[in-house]
Design a protein around this ligand. Structure first.
Ligand code: SF4
Ligand code: FES
Length: 229
């Protein structure tokens, strides 16, 4: 078994692991929004940027090698993560107290973990539609952070290519591959990985509001017995 050092802790890895794969498996958290163990590499969000032997790189796309010295939770790296997180908040419309995903949302949990107390940037307040056309799922584009997890899940796992990313710059947006562009006319079904992998509240099941009460959710404080990783 090989090892690398993550903030001074020895982390074992197997051949082919990325730094993120090995760290998560060993119970060491590295911030991420576009990584998921069930999918291949992406490198879209850059939240996972670490210093490897002094050089900045994404932990989710960098292969682990024996003897690497990796810095993760440093003030410099967390400051970068905070700015990225604030940019994501102002780029969309994220009203956590009224969102069904609150307490289960990776963006919200990341903001708490980084000690985010303000937006830093001016709100862009975009006007985006809510697609309620699917009988069992909502698509709330105001909350989409363009992590591409649904795009990749639909392509790599579900074999349907229901989602894609279109546009440029601030006009970049999530597209639905259907004759009308609406979710209800797509091939998405509730048992698809793409339907349940969204890290924020952009893709949600209908008729399941607050099934898990506030205080008992994944990212609620650890003294509730929940797993914060
Ligand atoms: Fe990511 Fe969710 Fe947006 Fe898909 S809908 S790109 S999973 S935030
Ligand atoms: Fe590595 Fe998003 S988790 S770039």
């Amino acid at each position: 078994m090989n090892h690398f050092l993550l903030d001074g802790a020895e982390v074992p890895f197997t051949e082919g692991d990325t730094l993120m794969d090995a760290a998560q498996r060993a119970g060491h958290a590295i911030a991420h929004l576009c990584w998921d163990a069930r999918l291949g590499q992406s490198g879209a969000c850059r939240l996972c940027t670490v210093r490897i032997d002094g050089r900045l790189a994404a932990a989710c796309t960098t292969r682990a090698q024996g003897g690497q010295v990796v810095e993760n939770r440093t003030p410099e790296l967390d400051a970068r993560r905070l700015r990225l997180t604030q940019m994501l908040f102002v780029e969309g419309n994220h009203f956590c107290p009224g969102c069904e995903k609150s307490g289960e949302c990776l963006l919200q949990a990341t903001a708490y973990d980084l000690g985010m107390t303000d937006m830093h940037y001016d709100m862009m307040a975009p006007s985006r539609p809510v697609d309620a056309s699917h009988p069992d799922l909502w698509l709330e584009l105001n909350r989409c952070i363009l992590c591409k997890l649904c795009v990749r899940a639909s392509h790599e796992t579900d074999g349907k290519d229901v989602f894609a990313i279109g546009g440029h710059g601030t006009g970049t947006h999530l597209l639905v591959n259907s004759p009308t562009g609406l979710l209800g006319d797509s091939a998405l079904s509730t048992d698809d990985l793409a339907a349940c992998i969204c890290p924020v509240g952009a893709i949600l099941p209908k008729r399941r509001g607050f099934a898990v009460p506030i205080g008992k959710r994944r990212f609620d404080p650890p003294d509730n017995g929940n797993d914060p990783t």
